[in-house]
Ligand binder design. Sequence first.
Ligand SMILES: NC(=O)c1ccc[n+]([C@@H]2O[C@H](COP(=O)([O-])OP(=O)(O)OC[C@H]3O[C@@H](n4cnc5c(N)ncnc54)[C@H](OP(=O)(O)O)[C@@H]3O)[C@@H](O)[C@H]2O)c1
Length: 313
Amino acid sequence: MTKIKVGIIGSGGMARHHLARFSAMETAEVVAVASRNEQTGMQLATEHKVAFIPEWLHLVEREDIDGVVICTHNDSHGEITLAALQVDKHVFVEYPLASDVGEGEAALKLAGERKRVLRVSHPEAVSNTHKALKEKIGELGDLLLTSFVRLTPGRGARPEILFNLPVSGTPAHFFIYHIYPIVDFFGGAASVKKSAVYEGLRENGQYDRFVNTLTVEFKRGGIGQWTWAGGIAINAAEEHERYVLTEGTISDAGGEWHCTTPAGVTPLLIPDSPQPTLQELWLSEIRDAADQPPNLGDAAVALEAIRISLASG
Ligand SMILES: NC(=O)c1ccc[n+]([C@@H]2O[C@H](COP(=O)([O-])OP(=O)(O)OC[C@H]3O[C@@H](n4cnc5c(N)ncnc54)[C@H](OP(=O)(O)O)[C@@H]3O)[C@@H](O)[C@H]2O)c1
């Protein structure tokens, strides 16, 4: 089988993660790493015996590359995705798809026209829990309310990047992986309201602590609410998630899902069936794209998710 030739853009944590995954797969060959950071870029490329290219555009334009894996910071995802699709590369981009709705829309349009695979790295595409939740939600009638709360004590390994409005966007945008699954369940929003408080906000857009809430009315009915707080005085991160539907509720407390209906309380059974990794899924989609136009359904959900996260800006 001919190997799919891959180029990695970025040389931080996610680039290292994806490079290790693709390098271990028989159906892929990593050809090059591009990064503006010569030190970490060269180190990663040398470790994996692949070419190092300082300028990402030169990697994107290489004829010996079929697909690019974009692992840069949020502010460059849209631009690099568009540049790659324009030269007929398949794209695997870390979330969020883009930090501008117009760029996200253009990317989806271009992927359709060029018949290229556009996969945003949202893990729910290969998650048994996500599938089980979707099935159960389908059995419990119409949505009334979904609520999500995430409280984080720390500021991450690189707070100067994460807690940085121009680079990473609002917390709702960098935590978009909490929005995407709910959009996959309930579709797009008819309206979005936000509230955000940043402590220690400086002129360069960096800050020390935040609280960010988001409320949407879904087009199909029902309300979605998200709350994020970071850099706050708690001992460990906390997360709570709940779906209130007309026939019952589903909630996650301490990592265990259970459903409540008038008939009783039952655990949500999560099947143990093997799933492909996101990298395997992308490679199989690229192979399938040789015979039929790629399915851009997940990318369309990722686009709806940025419509919501960016409306909260
Ligand atoms: N799927 C997941 O589970 C997951 C988990 C964490 C993060 N993410 C997402 O993955 C992305 C990368 O996160 P990370 O943790 O890997 O960040 P990171 O460790 O800071 O690495 C980012 C890399 O991209 C380079 N870079 C940034 N902007 C660039 C640009 N415009 N042009 C060229 N190179 C650029 C950085 O160079 P410098 O060293 O010079 O800054 C660095 O090498 C983020 O968008 C994040 O939201 C996904």
